[in-house]
Write a protein that binds this ligand. Structure first.
Ligand SMILES: C[C@H](O)[C@H](O)[C@H]1CNC2=NC(N)=NC(=O)C2=N1
Length: 112
């Protein structure tokens, strides 16, 4: 499969297809550091990124904000001293869409 981060996000509405178990297994190979979590019945992708201080954590937060704005698809971001928790899911469809895996892969590139 081609590199997730290079793929185009699709417009995802409330009735867009959720990723299947097989797709999750395939996509997860490219973003192994991310965890699948379920909150209030909603599947989400989450990873904690560590930094030396708050300033670096905040800079990373803004970089992730930039890729979100570019894609029109946005994460939850918890910015703390030395770490940022990034959580991706598709709000309108209340679950995981391929877009969330694409943006998780792009998030890893921003952190690199
Ligand atoms: C109107 C606006 O484009 C929509 O609310 C977008 C914004 N960003 C979004 N981000 C995410 N993760 N899920 C959405 O459903 C979503 N919808």
């Amino acid at each position: 499969m081609s590199n997730l981060s290079q793929q185009q996000c699709e417009a995802c509405s409330w009735d867009a297809p959720h990723v299947t178990e097989a797709e999750i297994e395939e996509y997860k190979k490219q973003i192994p550091e991310w965890q699948i979590v379920e909150r209030d019945g909603i599947m989400q992708l989450e990873r904690v990124f560590k930094f030396r201080n708050f300033k670096q954590a905040l800079a990373f937060t803004n970089d992730v904000g930039d890729i979100a704005e570019e894609a029109g698809h946005h994460p939850a971001l918890l910015t703390e001293w030395g770490k940022v928790t990034v959580t991706w899911w598709s709000h309108e469809m209340k679950g995981l869409h391929k877009n969330d895996f694409i943006l998780a892969a792009r998030t890893d590139e921003v952190a690199a």
